[in-house]
Design a protein around this ligand. Structure first.
Ligand SMILES: [Zn+2]
Length: 229
């Protein structure tokens, strides 16, 4: 299984969230990508999401996404590959990966805020920068189908990732420092379950270095084609 983070999409021009000069600072994302903000100032959340949608709409998969997709298509019948991603840009699927778990939701979809509403999440690349959109079925505000701070990961996506982590023979983390929960737990779980563990990232991990059998430092779009090709 492969766990991917923001570093995989950096070469596609999508700002890494926490990186120097990233979205983080520009939008004060820590304050506005929160569940609290969704209720107190939803337009602020939508402005950030609109900015991200605009960037993701025109972004293209890079050699890191392509190497991961190509690996899936080279597998034998007895093998399988699960990609669990913390990214919300959909670039793994656009590169051709078929088995992708989106741990933090998807930028491409919108859903109703009301839990009682029957409206299913729907594909929506609209930008909402002046007005919060409303549900056509119940009138409640609409929200992006992404996981905000203070929110839990989608239970189905989390469980599917745990299953992949506990049953994989190779755990490869790419473009994530594996220091934030739950990514940091996944690598230890994979190692304890007997998997070979590898990290490909620009920077060394702060606290989980001992959990990896191999650490390759460098850009994912350069290292993955070499390692997986
Ligand atoms: Zn509704």
């Amino acid at each position: 299984m492969i766990l991917t983070g923001a570093g995989v999409s950096a070469a596609s021009g999508l700002d890494t969230f926490r990186g120097h000069g990233g979205l983080w600072k520009q939008f004060d994302a820590e304050a506005c990508a929160t569940a609290t903000a969704l209720y107190t100032d939803p337009l602020r959340v939508w402005k950030l999401i609109s900015f991200m949608r605009r960037a993701a709409r025109t972004a293209k998969p890079n050699p890191a996404h392509q190497a991961i997709a190509a690996l899936e298509h080279r597998l034998s019948n007895e093998q399988s590959l699960t990609v669990a991603t913390q990214n919300i840009d959909g670039l793994h699927q656009r590169a051709g990966s078929g088995n992708v778990i989106e741990l933090h939701g998807r930028l491409s979809h919108t859903r109703c805020m009301s839990r009682r509403c029957s409206l299913e999440p729907f594909e929506d690349w609209e930008l909402y920068e002046t007005q919060v959109p409303r549900c056509e079925r119940c009138g409640a505000p609409l929200r992006p189908d992404v996981v905000l701070f203070e929110e839990l990961l989608p239970p189905d996506a989390y469980r599917a990732t745990e299953t992949a982590v506990q049953t994989c023979d190779l755990f490869l983390a790419v473009g994530t420092s594996c220091t934030v929960h739950p990514a940091c737990d996944f690598v230890y779980e994979a190692r304890d379950a007997g998997a070979r563990t590898m990290l490909v990232n620009l920077e060394p991990p702060e606290s989980t270095a001992d959990a990896f059998d191999e650490i390759h430092l460098g850009p994912a779009e350069e290292l993955l084609p070499l390692l997986l090709g």
